[in-house]
Design a protein around this ligand. Structure first.
Ligand code: NDP
Length: 328
């Protein structure tokens, strides 16, 4: 596929490295607001050219674009790429409003193009195994989930996430969207209501939150607790799914590393299940490339991106009002 990248971002470097492992991918061009950064990124990552004009990039006969600009740009860039006949893999949150997200999903459908959301945690082998075990009833009826996705935001990412509400900064739009999507993926159920309390620990500026705890109510009465933070140094991420006949417990799975431990407790025993290390972006983009060739769906579709956003936006509304919020 002939690829264009929109946004010369940190995550784009990582994605380019993973995409390079897939056969048949051509790196045509990258678009940045800065000519210097576009040229540098193109040189470093082996793209044919750097651009500052999106239309110039989109006129290169591309098959697909990967959008990893700051969040407020995702909607307009996706609409432009779809209009130019491209499939789109868009970063999360896919937009800043549900109306924009719905418009993107609808435009992709009308254009007959694939719109994927880069919810990379679906590619984690541990999460795929947990999802299958839950569906197979290995821990009975699931009634609760605990998610600890509290990390220390590394200094090189301490920019717009901490200072720019207009770009979708804050831990809720950054990390809760991933947790919300992962819970939908694991449980195969929809979230109906959320209660969120946010926190300001001095890393994020102004009104932006750098910590959040949420109670999310899913179909069939399943309750999920999630914790997201930018200020948790030396913390381990944890995911604990509780059923009537046992539990599943993963450590380290909520990261970009692609490796984690998984244990299954049942009948008074503990089984440690070996999990392969995977390149999450290679797996995710592999599924996207196959979907563009008419084989299956991306791991997370645009509609999944819309759902995860709906949960996060309801969480922000809950935090602002001090009350539980129904999820639109
Ligand atoms: P970055 O801060 O690295 O990049 C965002 C934008 O900022 C870039 O597109 C670029 O815009 C501009 N930029 C980059 N470096 C500089 C610089 N040195 N000086 C000035 N501007 C710069 O963001 P991330 O890579 O962390 O995030 C980008 C998107 O990807 C977000 O939507 C985020 O939510 C998502 N993300 C998803 C992850 C996942 O695993 N799914 C992981 C990390 C991020 P331009 O080139 O146009 O000027």
């Amino acid at each position: 596929m002939r690829w264009g990248f929109i946004g010369a971002s940190n995550i784009a470097e990582r994605v380019a490295a993973s995409l390079r492992k897939l056969p048949g991918q051509t790196f045509v061009g990258v678009c940045s607001r800065s000519a210097e950064r576009a040229a540098q990124f193109a040189r470093d990552q082996g793209f044919e050219a750097g651009h500052t004009d999106l239309d110039a990039l989109l006129s290169q006969g591309l098959d697909a674009v990967y959008i990893s600009s700051t969040n407020e740009q995702h909607h307009a860039q996706t609409m432009a790429a779809l209009a130019a006949g491209c499939h789109v893999m868009c970063e999360k949150p896919i937009a800043m409003s549900l109306a924009h997200a719905a418009e993107m999903v609808d435009a992709a459908q009308r254009a007959g193009k694939v719109l994927g959301t880069n919810h990379h945690l679906r590619a984690q082998a541990t999460h795929q195994a947990m999802r299958q075990m839950i569906a197979d009833g290995k821990i009975g009826r699931v009634h609760g989930v605990q998610v600890s996705h509290a990390v220390y935001l590394p200094p090189h990412l301490q920019g717009w996430r901490l200072s720019a509400p207009e770009a979708g900064g804050g831990v809720v739009l950054d990390i809760l969207v991933h947790d919300a999507d992962l819970l939908r993926f694991l449980l195969g159920r929809e979230a109906r209501r959320i209660t969120t309390v946010t926190q300001r620990n001095g890393m994020a500026q102004g009104a932006l939150e750098d910590g959040a705890m949420n109670l999310i109510e899913f179909d069939d009465g399943i309750l999920a607790q999630t914790h997201e933070s930018f200020v948790a140094r030396d913390a381990m991420t944890r995911l604990h799914v509780l059923g009537t006949e046992g539990s599943l417990y993963a450590e380290g799975s909520l990261s970009q590393a692609g490796e984690a431990t998984l244990s299954w407790r049942h009948d008074g025993q503990v089984e440690h299940l070996p999990m392969p290390k995977v390149d999450l972006y290679e797996v995710g983009f592999g599924a996207f490339v196959r979907a563009c060739a008419g084989q299956g769906q991306p791991l997370a579709t645009g509609a999944d991106g819309e759902r995860s956003m709906a949960i996060a936006l309801a969480g922000l509304a809950s935090a602002a009002s001090g009350q539980a919020r129904l999820i639109a």
